[in-house]
Design a protein around this ligand. Structure first.
Ligand code: SF4
Length: 399
């Protein structure tokens, strides 16, 4: 049999729902024709969503950055300030955070992504206090936030086990983990970009502990900081192995490295084709993960649209506020009507979803599209009534 026939037979098996090995995934990722790879991934998506395969989802959320002070100093990060850098560092007080939650509710947002640095003083108690206050005031908001890195950090600060930290913040109001801090799980690329973060194995151990304690999560991958194709596939393998045991990863979300304002020099960003290939191979290889999310924030709207034909079923969020990847150069912005239009023009029926992916509002008739054009991504705090801008937010709005 020729190499080409081998490749086609693996592609056919994957498209038919058969499990593929990491070695086979690497061959497909590297060598399969782009359209054939996308078609196989789309076939899997259609079968997984039989009956609702015509729908693609989005969510309205707000990232609330509580501090940029961080002891972990990841080299790819343009957001953090070292604790000694008092000119750049800031923290947000609880009233400010609650006001942002109120605005989120007012604009129809359903989810909060509480996101920030590893502040040297923030242990479990800090997160308990804030999650409880958010839930007391806005029980309708889902707190889908943090990840294994924050758990490792807060448990260390408070001198408790990660299991205790997870249990306590869950009881205080955290609904699910956002899978932050996964970056690249294999050792070599992780050490190269985030040498002070916990290992990839430890990241997975903590997520596994969370899943076993009843806290589900999403999973992510940062592409394009110099990792090899084999390391990308190894990242997927590590996630699939845990998922086989727990089933706790709701989604996989790859996104591309943004090169501005950080300490990584000379990195070649992942190309858009590499990104689309990753969406497709993730759909084929991660046969045990239900949702694959396409991203328009770092790759642009057209690529976001294309991702829906390469295995993605969801287009992520209209972020009412985002400052982390934006600090590193992600400049794409959108609003609700644009996302709806974009999904429609990709040949799908748009639906606003909940954190747990139930459809909240199916936009099956353009005549009934929502008219509130304040639901715009990337608006800074100053763009919403009563906001207090931090310096980096002013910078963001002037982009
Ligand atoms: S990515 Fe997160 S942990 Fe790393 S430096 Fe930035 S804020 Fe800190």
């Amino acid at each position: 049999m020729t190499e080409k026939a081998d490749l086609q037979s693996v592609l056919d098996r994957a498209a038919g729902g058969g499990r593929i090995t990491p070695e086979e995934a690497l061959v497909l990722y590297r060598d399969a024709p782009l359209h054939a790879l996308g078609a196989a991934a789309d076939a899997v998506r259609r079968r997984k969503y039989a009956g609702i395969e015509h729908i693609a989802t989005y969510i309205i959320e707000r990232n609330i950055n509580y501090t940029n002070v961080c002891v972990t100093a990841c080299k790819f990060c343009a957001f953090y300030a070292a604790p000694k850098d008092t000119a750049k560092g800031w923290t947000r007080d609880l009233d400010d955070i609650l006001r942002r939650c109120a605005e989120t509710v007012e604009l129809g947002g359903t989810q909060i992504m509480f996101q920030g640095g590893h502040h040297p003083d923030y242990g479990v108690e800090y997160y308990e206090k804030h999650f409880k206050a958010i839930k007391d005031a806005y029980p309708q908001l889902v707190i889908h936030s943090l990840g294994a890195s924050e758990v490792e950090h807060m448990a260390r600060i408070s001198g408790v086990s990660v299991e205790e930290a997870i249990t306590r913040i869950h009881e205080a109001g955290l609904d699910s983990f956002a899978g932050a801090g996964a970056e690249l799980l294999p050792e070599r690329p992780r050490k190269a970009i985030a040498p002070l973060k916990e290992s990839g194995e430890r990241w997975l151990e903590i997520m596994e502990a969370a899943h076993k304690l009843g806290v589900e999560s999403t999973s992510t991958m940062l592409m394009g900081t110099g990792e090899t194709n084999a390391e990308r596939i190894e990242h997927l393998r590590m996630i699939r192995d845990v998922q086989d045991r727990t089933g706790g990863f709701r989604a996989f979300i790859p996104y591309t490295y943004q090169p501005e304002n950080n300490h990584l020099k000379g990195r070649t960003q992942a190309t858009l084709f590499e990104y689309l290939r990753m969406i497709a191979i993730a759909r084929l290889f991660l046969d045990n993960v239900q949702h694959i999310q396409g991203s328009w924030l770092t790759t642009g709207k057209e690529v976001g649209q294309l991702s829906l034909h390469y295995g993605a079923d969801d287009l992520g969020s209209i972020m009412l506020e985002e400052n982390v990847v934006s600090s590193a150069g992600a400049k794409h912005r959108s609003n609700r009507l644009e996302i709806i239009d974009l999904i429609r023009k990709a040949g799908r029926v748009p639906a606003q979803r909940a954190t747990t992916y139930e459809h909240l509002l199916v936009h099956d008739d353009p005549a009934n599209d929502p008219v509130d054009d304040r639901v715009v991504s990337h608006i800074s705090s100053t763009a919403i009534e009563g906001g207090t801008a931090h310096p980096e937010l002013k910078l963001l709005t002037s982009n």
